[in-house]
Design a protein. Sequence first.
Length: 194
Amino acid sequence: MTQRARSGFGTRRRTELFDAMVGLFLAEGFAHLTLDDIASRLRCSKTTLYTLAGSKEQLVRAATVHFFRRATEDVEQRIATATGARERIIAYLSAVGTVLGAASDQFMTDLDAFIPAREVYEQNTRLAARRVREFVDAGVAAGEFREVHAAFAADLAATMMVRIQQGGVRTETGLDDADAYRELATILTTGLRA
């Protein structure tokens, strides 16, 4: 086997392990799992896990980054065919909600309690708000939306995204993250309509 072939296999195996780990964490959370538990569930050795990250904490953060990278790719694919700013916002926030819908309550609780993983979520929330602002700007420029302060609309979306991420919306309304994102899309685009 050539070095290039070994490298491709290593990258593929690494991706498979991260995909499986993300699936495990989304379904069950991660705080209660030891490295031995993770290795057993992924049918690999602890040594293999240590090739991915130097500690459980680093592994959890790396898996969280992997999840959000894949989620971003998925969301962007889902909006690729949307036309118009309103459709893009609805498709975007609905897709974010769908992606987050795969996360169990335990995962969200563990994510919120573990600062390095929570920081990854918060960074992705800021990036998502920036993306919404781009859609609002485009909609205003095209005359699809009334003249609004796009930064304010994006900040409003970001504020709700943070409340969704922190569990405040679930506590106050009973909506899970996925449904909350869908409601946000509806309210935001209805309020912006020209």
